[in-house]
Design a protein around this ligand. Structure first.
Ligand SMILES: Cc1cc2nc3c(=O)[nH]c(=O)nc-3n(C[C@H](O)[C@H](O)[C@H](O)COP(=O)(O)O)c2cc1C
Length: 397
């Protein structure tokens, strides 16, 4: 296990987790990497570590360049355990080492690792730099991107940005660079990452992107997935981030539903036909067989989220509750919502979904639609019409 040089004196020394399929519920069909970076100068600096079970991989890669005892600084850009999980091992090996993080980072380190109260911790902010020889490393606090402790580290002389979870993607590949990643769907995975991790903090992301506008960057080193070093790739990921952070949407609707006897599904298909008849692109997800994190990836750049459920015990199906709760937490902005579903007697699902969509900040320009038991020709034609009305609303924006 070797380090990979990404620029003279800067090495990737992370770990590849080929087997990971769920990251706190976010599905990772391609696994992930935990990226750590080693900077060799008069002082040896490690930027971030890896998840605890991968500490030996980290130390082996470091050892292929330098004895871990010689690490002078550990910069902890973000304390979440996938990046700080091997910090104790690094501190133990190095002995005389200074840990650099934000003030929140120090607080979070102590709340994770009781032994860290004994560490030599130096907190930094945007005014601070760390001279490690030929290089001055500077720090860009990025609170809520995606934790309060998060910061980026920047090496001006190398024009390298260590952006931690910013620009990350969950992809486990032995290839380290985006331009080598071939058909690994880097930008699709970056979209899924943004949707599930950063979407709630889009305002902060937009501000940070603005702040970074004038900063010359040749290499972007995120803490997951591949590294961006080609100008075209950097421009592409930055422009995608700008568009996601601004809440820009396509003429696209996401239809999400659950159903017991397929009545609601029939309505979903008719609504879909209506939308498509107007040229609106659609994605349909039956929650029984679909993954929430994949759905959110599609929600990110959709203009409308259309939610259907049959009524079960006066309310929506439980899966709909889970979906709406997750959706609310991700705080999508500027989108149209619509509720529909089949019921038997008193109903209740459509009303409850509407309330939740409204509370999440959705605009509801088309009245929710419900039909009793199995939708006949008239109910399906009504559903189709709702699709057309929604398409008109989407196109009007
Ligand atoms: C266990 C169960 C509970 C139900 N509870 C209600 C209810 O509280 N109110 C209601 O209007 N319909 C209720 N229904 C009727 C369904 O909403 C109705 O059968 C509907 O057509 C099912 O649509 P689906 O095939 O899309 O699931 C219930 C049905 C089942 C099987």
């Amino acid at each position: 296990m070797k380090a990979v040089e990404i620029k003279k004196g800067i090495y990737w020394v992370g770990a590849i987790d080929y087997n990971l399929r769920s990251f706190h519920g976010y599905t990772t069909p391609r696994g992930t990497t935990y990226n750590a970076y080693l900077v060799i100068d008069e002082k040896t600096t490690l930027i971030d570590t890896v998840k605890a079970p991968f500490k030996d991989e980290l130390l082996k890669r470091v050892s292929s360049v330098v004895n871990p005892k010689e690490i002078d600084y550990l910069i902890a850009n973000h304390v979440e355990m996938d990046h700080s999980g091997s910090a104790s091992a690094v501190v133990e090996q190095a002995g005389d080492i200074e840990v650099i993080c934000t003030a929140k980072g120090e607080d979070f380190l102590h709340a994770h690792y009781p032994g860290s109260t004994e560490w030599n911790i130096q907190t930094v902010g945007s005014e601070d730099t760390l001279n490690i020889g030929k290089r001055n490393l500077s720090f860009i606090p990025a609170p809520m991107l995606h934790w309060p402790d998060t910061m980026f580290t920047y090496s001006a002389s190398d024009r390298v940005l260590f952006s931690n979870d910013g620009f990350g993607q969950h992809i486990a590949t032995p290839r380290r660079f985006c331009d080598e990643a071939g058909d690994w769907n880097v930008f699709g995975e970056a979209q899924k990452y943004y949707a599930n991790i950063l979407m709630p903090y889009s305002r902060m992301a937009a501000k940070k992107l603005d702040e970074l506008k004038g900063v010359p960057v040749d290499v972007v080193c995120p803490s997951h997935g591949v590294i961006f070093r080609e100008k075209g790739d950097i421009n592409r990921i930055v422009s995608l981030y700008k568009s996601w952070a601004a809440g820009e949407s396509k003429e696209k609707a996401v239809i999400v539903y659950d159903t017991m006897y397929n009545s609601t599904e029939k309505m979903a298909r008719a609504i879909d036909d209506g939308l498509r008849s107007m040229g609106v692109d659609t994605r349909i997800f039956n929650l029984r067989v679909s993954d929430l994190s994949d759905i959110m990836s599609e929600v990110l750049d959709a203009a409308a989220v259309i939610v259907g459920s049959s009524t079960l015990n006066n309310g929506p199906m439980p899966s709909i509750g889970g979906f709406l709760t997750y959706l609310k937490g991700l705080r999508p902005r500027g989108k149209i919502g619509f509720a529909f579903g089949s019921y038997g007697w008193g109903g209740g699902a459509v009303k409850a979904i509407n309330q939740e969509l409204e509370a999440t900040g959705f605009e509801l320009p088309v009245e929710g639609f419900q039909t009793r038991f199995v939708p006949g020709r008239d109910a399906l034609s009504q559903s189709f019409k709702r699709g057309v009305q929604l398409a008109n609303q989407i196109k009007r924006r």
